[in-house]
Design a protein around this ligand. Structure first.
Ligand SMILES: Nc1ncnc2c1ncn2[C@@H]1O[C@H](COP(=O)(O)OP(=O)(O)OP(=O)(O)O)[C@@H](O)[C@H]1O
Length: 487
């Protein structure tokens, strides 16, 4: 393969380059993301292998830039970093990385990635055509889904961001029915409440799109992501010359953009208090003025809001207007946290696991008993988002027919373990094996200790016995040592 290797540390770069050459690949080296981008343009690379942390643009930014080039034929992008960091890995995958490695790079893992990329690249021409047609079709704007798209409900659902939504529990089925009902009356503001990651935006999209016919634009605005000073112009737009820094021709706001469709105000409880009266006026008078504008603009849009905060508390603290709250919650949907909809956990986990496994050419098709029990008793503070990330991580790190508890070992971060402990207190071991609801990390540490004893302290054999890499074993041992030392 023709590989572009990017690393600002010359020593590790040349070591890797030598190894790749030894395997028979062609390698072009680059010491920075900026230079790599130049080299990538117009060159027919099949793979880009890059360090994440570099001076100048990072590996993740490099991926984003490469993706935005939309070259005829795209290389597979593989990143590596010096330590195991789930958030970074997920960030890399989200940015479009094909795979992810940790330093020091394990030769077997690198070889496995290289052969996966080779296979993937070999199947590229066909895939490229499929993606291209989908992308072409997806260019049709959502407003007035044209007849072409109406014949393609799956694609339309993909566009709407609700293509792979799993609704399994009775609670969620009732919520979807409620959403469909609200869809039929655009004048009804809808307030969706629920913890972070519970699926508020998905439900908001269902209220908006209904059965996918002429739903108009779905314009979202995250009320926490905009500084209070810019909020007003962002929402209402502004006329030319109304404030320093504005464009000469003025600009439309989100209210304008959502005409004929829906304005989705996410994290509404955080909207600056001084703007709340203005928003209330829009709801009541169904019209607004742009910042610096004299012309009254009539609104024709649906308002959907979401929050994960306790509204009553915000009202008590004087941070949210009661009248606006009552106005927004005419239609109300409360999504229970994932831990309170046990019926959803395993089917959703399986759905995500199978989807991600399929994408990455892994085998997972089922969930083992112990893993299922763990998933069911886990607290899921990040709700469906956390479950989805967890399954993405598993399908990235492991390969097996069945999901087992040891596959979940790396995913539970310190906080989550704490939450899991709070939800299910650790039960002391009575016989030789860990109790059923033993907290996963402790279970895993126990297995590591047992494996080492069994293998007479030989770490390579213990790692083989556990089915993990020696690196992961060292990582765990480091953690265990730190814990014993009270760290
Ligand atoms: N029922 C579901 N089926 C499939 N995926 C889901 C489901 N519910 C949530 N998700 C996924 O979980 C993630 C979080 O969902 P969403 O953004 O709708 O949550 P949210 O409650 O709006 O979160 P936040 O409060 O952080 O904005 C998304 O990736 C979404 O696709």
């Amino acid at each position: 393969m023709r590989i572009l290797l990017v690393d600002d540390e010359s020593e590790s770069r040349s070591f890797l380059a030598d190894y790749l050459l030894l395997l028979g690949h062609q390698v072009v080296e680059s010491s920075s993301g900026e230079e790599a981008l130049q080299l990538y343009r117009g060159n027919n690379f099949q793979m880009v292998l890059s360090d994440i942390k570099m001076g100048g643009i990072s590996g993740i930014d490099l991926i984003r830039e490469i993706k935005s080039l939309k070259q005829q034929r795209e290389a597979d992008l593989v990143l590596y970093t010096g330590f195991i960091d789930i958030a970074l890995a997920i960030g890399a995958l989200r940015a479009g990385a094909y795979d992810y490695l940790t330093k020091p790079i394990n030769v077997q893992e690198l070889k496995a990635v290289l052969s996966r990329v080779e296979e993937h690249q070999a199947s590229m021409p066909e895939k490229y055509i499929v993606t291209q047609t989908l992308e072409e079709r997806a260019k049709h704007p959502v407003p007035g889904l044209d007849s072409h798209l109406e014949q393609l409900p799956k694609l339309a659902a993909e566009q709407a961001g609700i293509a792979r939504v799993g609704i399994f529990s009775e609670q969620m089925k009732r919520i979807v029915q409620q959403a469909e009902k609200y869809h039929t009356d655009r004048s009804l503001p809808v307030l969706i409440q629920g913890e972070t990651g519970a699926g508020k935006e998905i439900i908001a999209r269902m209220v908006h799109y209904g059965k996918m016919q002429n739903a108009g634009p779905f314009v979202d605005i995250n009320c926490t992501a905009i500084t209070p000073s810019l909020f007003e112009s962002e929402l209402f737009g502004y006329e030319a010359g109304s404030f320093t820094g504005g464009t000469a021709r003025g600009s439309k706001g989100k209210l304008d953009m959502a005409m004929g469709g829906t304005l989705f105000l996410d994290e509404i409880a955080e909207i600056p208090i001084e703007l709340q009266a203005k928003l209330l006026r829009v709801l009541e008078e169904k019209s607004f003025y742009r910042v610096g504008g004299l012309k009254k603009i009539k609104t024709d849009l649906r308002i959907i809001c979401a929050t994960n905060l306790d509204f009553e508390k915000r009202i008590e603290q004087g941070l949210f207007r009661k009248d606006l709250y009552y106005r927004l919650k005419v239609g109300q949907i409360v999504i229970p946290p994932l831990r309170e909809r046990q019926e959803d956990i395993l089917p959703l986990a399986l759905m995500f696991l199978q989807d991600f496994s399929e994408r990455r050419g892994k085998r997972f098709t089922r969930i083992g008993q112990a893993a299922a029990e763990f998933l069911l008793q886990y607290h899921w503070p990040g709700n469906v988002r956390e479950l989805r990330n967890a399954m993405e991580w598993v399908s990235f790190m492991h390969d097996a027919d069945e999901l087992k508890t040891e596959h979940l070992s790396n995913l539970i971060s310190g906080n989550s373990v704490k939450a899991a402990k709070e939800a299910a207190p650790v039960q002391p071991e009575k016989s030789g094996s860990p109790a059923e609801h033993y907290v996963l990390q402790e279970h895993f540490d126990h297995l590591v200790a047992e494996a080492l004893t069994k293998c007479g302290g030989n770490k390579t054999k213990a790692a083989q016995y556990l089915g993990i890499s020696v690196r992961t074993l060292y990582y765990r041992l480091g953690k265990m040592k730190k814990k014993r030392a009270g760290g």
